[in-house]
Design a protein around this ligand. Structure first.
Ligand SMILES: Cc1cc2nc3c(=O)[nH]c(=O)nc-3n(C[C@H](O)[C@H](O)[C@H](O)COP(=O)(O)OP(=O)(O)OC[C@H]3O[C@@H](n4cnc5c(N)ncnc54)[C@H](O)[C@@H]3O)c2cc1C
Length: 382
């Protein structure tokens, strides 16, 4: 029995799912609403992918420039607490890789181009006895055995299928830009936590610049408008002092509002939801797309299993298997990141003291660190 998958949303995860399905000889079609118009700031946004996601991209033949992260250092900005992770502590070749968001997206899109229609969207769908019927904005109707919603954070289709059991506006903005830092090693990522800000530096190979890093700096909404290219060097001084280095900005500033959410269900008859359409997360742990890629891998596995046992892929019983395998893991990551965010927001002196000594203590416990690394790398599942 030939079965087909309709994917709504051809972002990184929607395209990645297409590629996963193609590698399993399962037919698919992607409907992407927006055409990809290049802009002069495309090179600024980076994306850190964990070990498991990078290995899978490699197996699927995705080759684009990236920087390896071998070591990660976490500092408590207002104390002396410090924690560091190294890939060899968990016997893996690297912790993560940093990609250009646009380059990775373009490479993925090219691979699935022949199965993608751009400029349309699915405005509604009906579950049928077998599969679904989707109504498009261009008045056409498509039929498929399964509809997968990969439309990102503000998906209307996802909202029409399930409600949110967790939603949070962090009242923060992430400012993203590029810098040069001659004093830092280009295989190290650094994160500094203050009560109201999180400053992250990721090594970033893009173009000819050496010792280039990508910054993701989360700050309260009210501080963000005051930050301009002109006064940026003054605002960076506290990080320069903390890290004993000189930070030289080299690009414009991009801004992203920060929120998190989680749907209480990922599927219904003939339809399921993946990645940011189902869950979003504060970027402090750089895990958003890693969770999405894991959703896509597990869903593709379940679809392949259903097809090989001659079952309909739109059946809720099969889709629930995908939900079961992903929801608990996604919940623990979303809650864990939220806990970490709240922990560093506290300016209570006792909590600050506990946080400082906690970081130092964990830094000395090699078995605990190894577990953290294996979870963050996507190798070990909870
Ligand atoms: C500042 C910042 C830094 C981040 N850094 C990292 C990081 O280092 N590592 C990490 O893992 N994650 C990171 N993330 C999270 C990551 O960017 C997201 O998790 C990821 O982009 C989600 O991918 P997606 O494909 O689900 O959604 P999207 O990237 O939002 O793609 C959705 C696609 O669907 C299309 N679409 C939308 N609506 C429709 C519709 N109705 N019909 C058809 N198509 C539609 C859109 O045009 C888009 O192409 C970061 C996020 C932020 C804000």
């Amino acid at each position: 029995m030939t079965q087909s998958v309709l994917i709504s949303g051809g972002g990184i995860v929607g395209s990645f799912l297409g590629l996963e399905l193609a590698s399993r000889n399962i037919s698919f079609q992607i409907i992407e609403r927006n055409s990809f118009a290049p802009s002069k700031n495309d090179h600024i946004r980076s994306l850190t992918l964990n070990f498991s996601a990078c290995e899978r991209l490699d197996q699927l033949g995705i080759k684009t420039e990236s920087s390896l992260i071998q070591k990660m250092k976490v500092f408590d900005g207002s104390g002396s607490g410090k924690l560091s992770f190294q890939s060899d502590e968990a016997d893996i070749d690297y912790l993560a890789k940093v990609f250009s968001f646009t380059e990775l997206r373009e490479t993925l899109i090219k691979k699935v181009e022949s199965s993608t229609s751009v400029g349309d969207e699915i405005i509604s769908f009906q579950a049928m006895e077998s599969g679904i019927q989707a109504n498009l904005s261009n008045d056409s109707v498509l039929e498929a055995d399964l509809l997968v919603v990969a439309e990102g954070r503000y998906s209307n289709l996802a909202k029409s299928i399930a409600s949110e059991n967790f939603a949070k506006d962090y009242e923060q903005i992430a400012k993203t830009f590029l810098v040069e830092i001659p004093e830092l090693n280009t295989d190290e990522a650094i994160q500094v936590f203050y009560e109201k800000e999180i400053f992250a530096l990721m090594p970033y190979k893009n173009g000819t610049k050496v010792n280039q890093f990508s910054v993701v700096w989360s700050m309260p909404k009210e501080l963000a408008p005051d930050l301009t290219l002109d006064n940026l060097p003054t605002h960076l001084q506290k990080f320069e002092k903390k890290l004993s280095c000189k930070i030289q900005p080299t690009s414009e500033l991009l801004s992203f509002p920060l929120s998190a959410h989680h749907l209480d269900e990922y599927c219904d008859h003939g339809v399921c939801i993946i990645a940011d359409a189902a869950h979003s997360i504060h970027p402090l742990a750089g895990q958003g797309i890693n969770l999405g890629i894991s959703d896509a891998i597990i869903l593709a596995e379940e679809i392949e299993r259903a097809i090989s046992s001659d079952k309909e892929i739109g059946q809720l019983a099969f889709l629930k298997k995908y939900e079961l395998r992903r929801k608990t893991l996604n919940t623990s990551m979303i809650k864990g990141v939220d806990f970490l965010f709240n922990l560093f927001q506290q300016d209570n002196p006792y909590i600050r003291l506990g946080r400082n000594s906690g970081l130092k203590m964990v830094d000395k416990l090699s078995f605990l660190k190894k577990n953290f690394i294996l979870h963050a790398s996507g190798i070990q599942k909870i």
